[in-house]
Design a binder for this molecule. Structure first.
Ligand SMILES: [Zn+2]
Length: 118
């Protein structure tokens, strides 16, 4: 994966989870923190702030970790991946978030990445 793609995907994942949490978990306690982007051990000097509940923060950190570990130069759609790296439960949770935010934000691209709906 190129550095640019990595940054873009990280930002997109966070944006989607943040949107979901803002709309679905208004009443939960939020943790204010930031994701500091690291790519192949290189500090990118990019910090993305978030305010998420504990559960969504977990999903974010999990997804981010998987993104970092993605072994492909050209990241395939996760659904088509020959070596899927998400465990089932995490996948279901992420898919739910991506579906909700994807529809609301109207970004078709990520929905394709996760292959949700038609
Ligand atoms: Zn949440």
């Amino acid at each position: 994966m190129t550095k640019e793609k990595f940054i873009h995907d990280s930002e997109t994942v966070l944006k989607f989870i943040q949107y979901f949490c803002d709309h679905k978990h208004q009443n939960k306690d939020k943790i204010d923190d930031a994701l500091i982007l690291n790519y192949n051990d290189e500090d990118l000097n990019i910090q993305i702030n978030y305010s998420l509940c504990k559960e969504c923060e977990h999903t974010l950190l999990y997804s981010y970790e998987k993104l970092q570990e993605c072994p492909f130069q050209e990241k395939p759609s996760c659904r088509k991946c020959t070596t899927p790296c998400y465990d089932r439960l995490e996948w279901k949770r992420s898919a739910k978030i991506m579906k909700y935010s994807g529809m609301k934000l109207g970004l078709v691209k990520i929905r394709k990445m996760f292959r949700i709906g038609k």
